[in-house]
Design a protein around this ligand. Structure first.
Ligand code: F6R
Length: 616
């Protein structure tokens, strides 16, 4: 939430920062702003609304200067106004600052600063941080400007409770940026005669692939020629420069109307990338290079505990089903945000998994830290390489699906389903699953990308259905067993991008309450698999039909549905039960996407949402 960017070098900073802000906009789009240092003063442009509005409304791209910072906001403290937009300038005019995070003790700091003559123009927590840096800067007039600037940031941060990724400018230091992080992501890009800062790599990948992932409690001091990293305690840190493998094309639309659409259609390739090199030579099991837990130790685990939020939590529910079914080990799944504050009894043989596309979700990160604090090993399933969760985990699995930019998770979700299915196989083969069952399972997983390709072929049919159903205000999504979490995911996708109320339920639970919602005005989306659940699901459909409810059935190819029972039937291929949740997800992604498109919603930037939820 909130995207931050900084540039220092020889080029005009405004164009580079604004371009970066457009790429970071998915992190928050309530307001945008930039500040550049020019001849010892700040040139500032900021405005409520999108980056495009900032450019058109303020002429921000014309601002001069080769050192600057920029911000795109997801509002926490204070409404969506020009005054609350970042950057904030200290009331003495010397410090400019952008911030991603929440300053929990800002009220106390503000009260103190008011007694020292500082004034405030916004309702934000950030302005207190900005003025506190100016206060510390004023207190040390004898020190050289550069070290005084750095130390004033360091001193300030020692008093801060909460989370921050910040970048700071000072009028006395015309070619310097000081930046720091705690709990919010921040990356330093090392370019050719230039340095950049950003909340994530997508903002800087067009200029450099060399990055330093800053850690919590680190402060970077940059000039156009070099940079140094120290800790809050002023200890030197030796930087490690990593190379990003993502390409600039990965974060562009490439002819698609929206990132969500692009990412839905990228799923076959994304799944191939997730599974590449992860099957054993004998073709009977999965293998993971980075788990950092030996087979012997995994054999001792008597419970897996998964922690995640949102769509990633749905993926964990599917993993629970598959691991319990194929490996016969109990699995617990918790919302990361709840786990942090619950005090549940945990057994000694528990192994934790955190699942997070961004690797930065604050609740998931806090849950990871809580589990580690309790002495447990925690592994991560994450997409963003070098993300905080990936780094703080004891080991794990990278998803390798490339950047996911649409706010609604699609390819990252199905890739998480795949990793869960592969884990179930790996753990199952360590226990009771036979060699031949393993071989069949591996074959099925390898076939998943093609089955997803086939499911995508229904796109024109689903678009036509979406056009017929876009005017309904309520939907139910109903599935059983591993398709129940897919029903939850379908309901979430529809809610978040089309703003239509939707709920997911296990199909048989419908009779215990939700059936009261059924009328001609509330369609139901049913997942209908062949096999043992077929007749049960058909009975639930009959109950809906008897109450005049409209039915959209997502049915596997061989399901022989009674004539006239479903109003719409979307066919998906028959598949192994470990692959079915992946394939069944595709039609609900497309349905949500096309309904949102029909309603002319802002698909990639739905209202009130932001990708990567870095505030609690
Ligand atoms: C929904 C969605 C969110 C995320 C959730 C966790 O489409 O994208 O529900 O799944 O915010 O995000 P990560 O996986 O980055 O931890």
């Amino acid at each position: 939430m909130c995207g931050i960017i900084g540039y220092i070098g020889k080029q005009k900073a405004a164009a580079i920062i604004l371009e970066g802000l457009k790429r970071l906009e998915y992190r928050g789009y309530d307001s945008a702003g930039i500040a550049l240092l020019q001849d010892g003063h700040f040139e500032v442009a900021k405005k409520a609304g999108r980056v495009e509005g900032l450019i058109k409304g303020t002429g921000a791209q014309k601002l001069a200067g080769t050192t600057g910072i920029g911000h795109t906001r997801w509002a926490t403290h204070g409404g969506v106004t020009d005054a609350n937009a970042h950057p904030h300038i200290s009331s003495d005019g010397r410090i400019a600052l952008i911030h991603n995070g929440v300053i929990e003790n800002y009220a106390h700091i503000k009260k103190f600063l008011l007694t020292k003559g500082f004034t405030f123009k916004s309702e934000t927590d950030t302005e207190a941080l900005c003025n506190l840096i100016a206060y510390h800067y004023q207190k040390e007039p004898a020190a050289p400007d550069s070290s005084r600037f750095l130390e004033s940031v360091r001193k300030t941060l020692r008093h801060i409770e909460g989370t921050y990724g910040i970048a700071v400018l000072c009028t006395d230091c015309p070619a310097e940026i000081v930046a720091a992080r705690k709990g919010s992501p921040l990356i330093l890009g090392v370019g050719d005669g230039e340095y950049m800062l950003a909340s994530d790599v997508s903002a800087i990948i067009s200029r450099t692939q060399n990055v330093v992932y800053l850690k919590d409690g680190e402060i970077v001091h940059m000039t156009a020629k070099n940079f140094s990293i120290t800790t809050l305690g002023a200890e030197d840190v030796s930087p490690v420069v990593d190379t990003i493998t993502w390409k600039i094309e990965d974060s562009e639309l490439n002819g698609y109307a929206h990132f969500m659409e692009k990412e839905i259609f990228e799923q076959p390739a994304a799944l191939e990338n997730t599974m590449r090199g992860r099957f054993s030579e004998d073709g009977s099991t999965a293998q993971f290079g980075g788990l950092n837990v030996s087979a012997v130790d995994l054999r001792q685990v008597d419970r897996f505990h998964f922690l995640a939020c949102g769509s990633a939590w749905h993926a964990c529910l599917v993993a629970e089903h598959l691991i319990e079914r194929f490996a016969r080990v109990p699995v617990e799944v918790d919302y990361a945000s709840e786990f942090r504050y619950r005090n549940m009894p945990l057994g000694n043989g528990t192994l934790f998994f955190t699942v997070s596309q961004s690797g930065e979700t604050i609740d998931t990160l806090a849950a990871l830290r809580e589990a580690k604090r309790k002495g447990y090993k925690v592994l991560a399933i994450a997409n963003v390489v070098g993300s905080t969760i990936a780094r703080e985990a004891d080991g794990g699995v990278y998803q390798h699906v490339g950047p996911e930019i649409g706010v609604a998770s699609t390819k990252a979700f199905t890739s998480q389903l795949l990793v869960g299915a592969m884990l179930a196989l790996y753990l199952g083969r360590m226990r009771d699953m036979s060699f031949s069952d393993g071989v069949e399972y591996v074959k099925a997983l390898k076939g998943a990308p093609d089955l997803v390709r086939q499911a995508l072929e229904a796109a024109p049919q689903i678009k036509a259905i979406a056009q017929r159903y876009a005017h309904y205000h309520d939907f139910l999504f109903l599935g059983r067993l591993a398709l129940f979490p897919v029903a939850l995911e379908g309901a979430l996708k529809l809610k978040e991008i089309s703003y239509i109320h939707a709920e997911g339920y296990p199909a048989a639970e419908m009779k215990h309450g939700p059936i009261a919602l059924i009328s001609e005005q509330c369609p139901s989306v049913f997942f209908v698999p062949s096999g043992e659940m077929f007749n049960k699901v058909v009975s639930s459909m009959q109950e809906i039909k008897a109450r005049k409810g409209k039915i959209i059935a997502i049915a596997t190819a061989s399901c022989d549905l009674p004539a006239g029972l479903a109003d719409e039937v979307i066919r998906i291929p028959e598949c192994h039960e470990a692959v079915l949740p992946i394939v069944a997800t595709v039609p609900v992604q497309l349905l949500s996407y096309y309904i949102a498109e029909e309603l002319k919603r802002d698909v990639d930037k739905p209202r009130n949402l932001a990708k990567s939820v870095t505030v609690e």
